[in-house]
Write a protein that binds this ligand. Sequence first.
Ligand SMILES: [Zn+2]
Length: 195
Amino acid sequence: MNVLTHFLAGWALSLPPDLERRDRALIVFASVAPDLDAVVLVGDLARGRALDDCVLFATYHHVLGHNILFAALTVFGCVLLARRKALVGGLSLLAIHLHFLCDIVGSRGPDGSQWAIPYLLPFSKAWNPAVGWQWALNAWPNIVFTIALLALALYAAWTRGCSPVGLFSERADRALVSTLRHRFGNPHQRLVTRS
Ligand SMILES: [Zn+2]
């Protein structure tokens, strides 16, 4: 799936516990980190290759960052930097495996090529989970999933006062929350009024 979907999925996973901004950012990072292996595309473009002839990208994307060693290193790094280490470690592990799962079911290429995850690399090439019914990267289930995650992020911003925008700018986060509460009312005042 695309990076935006992975980003929003990581944010959704970071919502349940009462985490600090940094810990949420680490979980979101774990959710998008496997796609850092797409950076090899720069090497293809630097060599003047056309987009349909990107050998490095075809060889290493969905390989270098989509395996158990990369997952373990990412989670280890998140735990080192986290304040609530056990919780962030568990949710980072979940986030990175949700990324793998989303790629397995919804990342078929425009030319019909199918991605498998070389999960056990670099220790073994024995298990490459894939499904025969993998749908395309731009298929409707991916769009629906992304819209649902976006709606959840906006709802959480309205009710809890924090959004994924806050990972980049606290000021922009406050502006978004303020706009939502100006438009839909203050959710906490509503609860008080009802009770
Ligand atoms: Zn991926």
